[in-house]
Write a protein that binds this ligand. Structure first.
Ligand code: HEC
Ligand code: HEC
Length: 289
């Protein structure tokens, strides 16, 4: 490799003097504007790192001299929004649930706030329109497992169903099949009786045998007529509304496993005013009693 600088005859540009096997390198430095932009970016980046949060440290991060934090900005905005609503939130906190609907402004505020919170917290299980899914009750109809009064709805939301809270609703159906409380033939018979109760197509002889089993095993919770009981959280078996499905298979599965659906508790996860607004919202959906 030679290092002789010369003017390239074809282009008229000076070479760097580097040459490999007769191939010579032209001296073409980076354009000035490009270099200046590049240096400006470096200067800007250093300034940015000093001014703003930039680097992670072992268990924190460099905070920057301006003390900027998106989290703090959001917190301040949330606080401002809450204090703007302060008066009406405060009123909702003070008003007994039963009286909320007497004040149209308060009712409107609660339904709107409850709906917003419902979409975030409840819709994944109950659906955006509270229409429910298999295993997750519809909250629009007036068929209530645990009660459709506003106080009962409030209690369900606060403590959940079969949750870890000591005030939760605990009643659960025995697991007749899984725990061997009834033989398979007995389960088949009682299922025919449940089908008969809901006026579905059924085997008469089998349902007649099932009726005796029902009276003995099931009536304590579901009632002699199968109309259900809110104290026990035992659904009405005579209507066309099924939490787990109306088919013979679905009913058999309910009797075999007891189901034991769970709803999370919200006390401590949502503030008291939000839970109240949710109760008002759910109660307003049309099925509230
Ligand atoms: C993880 C799923 C889940 C979430 C989230 C959830 N629920 Fe539920 N919810 C259930 C299940 C399951 C039941 C039925 C439990 C049972 O078997 O009795 C239920 C029951 C209810 C009931 C009682 C219905 C009745 O007929 O008595 C109400 C009211 C209710 N939920 C409201 C809410 C509200 C309000 C929220 C949001 C704050 C919410 N749920 C969030 C799963 C959920
Ligand atoms: C200790 C009270 C209790 C007893 C006894 C009981 N159940 Fe239940 N049953 C419940 C509860 C509570 C549920 C709701 C389960 C859930 O929400 O996950 C239920 C749900 C059901 C369902 C599902 C209803 C639906 O809407 O999908 C059927 C079917 C049923 N029971 C039939 C029976 C039969 C048949 C017996 C007797 C062999 C029986 N139950 C005994 C409490 C009881």
């Amino acid at each position: 490799m030679s290092t002789k600088r010369e003017i390239d005859t074809v282009t008229g540009v000076e070479t760097t003097g580097h040459e490999w096997d007769g191939i010579k390198e032209l001296n073409k430095p980076l354009p000035r504007w490009w270099l200046l932009t590049f240096y400006a970016c470096i200067v800007w980046a250093i300034g940015y790192m000093i001014a703003y949060p930039a680097w992670p440290t072992l268990n924190d991060y460099t905070r920057g001299m301006l003390g900027y934090s998106q989290r703090a900005t959001v917190m301040a905005e949330v606080k401002a929004a809450h204090s703007a609503q302060g008066a009406i939130r405060e009123l909702l906190a003070r008003t007994p649930l039963a009286d909320v609907r007497k004040n149209p402004d308060l009712l409107r505020f609660s339904v709107a706030g409850g709906n917003a919170s419902f979409q975030t917290n409840c819709a994944p299980c109950h659906g955006r329109g509270a229409q429910g899914f298999t295993g997750y009750p519809n909250l629009n109809d007036d068929d209530w497992i645990w009660g459709g009064g506003i106080e009962e709805i409030h209690k369900t939301i606060l403590y959940g169903i079969r949750s870890e809270h000591k005030n939760t609703r605990t009643s659960a159906m025995p697991r007749y099949g899984v725990d061997g409380l009834l033989k398979n033939e007995q389960i088949a018979d009682v299922v025919e009786h449940v089908l008969a109760l809901s006026k579905a197509e059924h085997d008469k002889a089998s349902a007649a045998r099932g009726e005796a089993i029902f009276k003995e095993q099931c009536a304590a919770c579901h009632g002699d007529q199968g109309k259900g009981s809110i104290e026990q959280g035992a659904p009405n078996l005579t209507d066309a509304i099924w939490l787990y499905g109306a088919s013979r298979q679905a009913i058999m599965e309910s009797v075999r496993t007891g189901r034991g659906g769970m709803m999370p508790l919200w006390e401590g996860r949502l503030d008291a005013v939000t839970v109240k607004a949710l109760a008002v919202y759910v109660h307003s959906l049309g099925g509230g009693k």
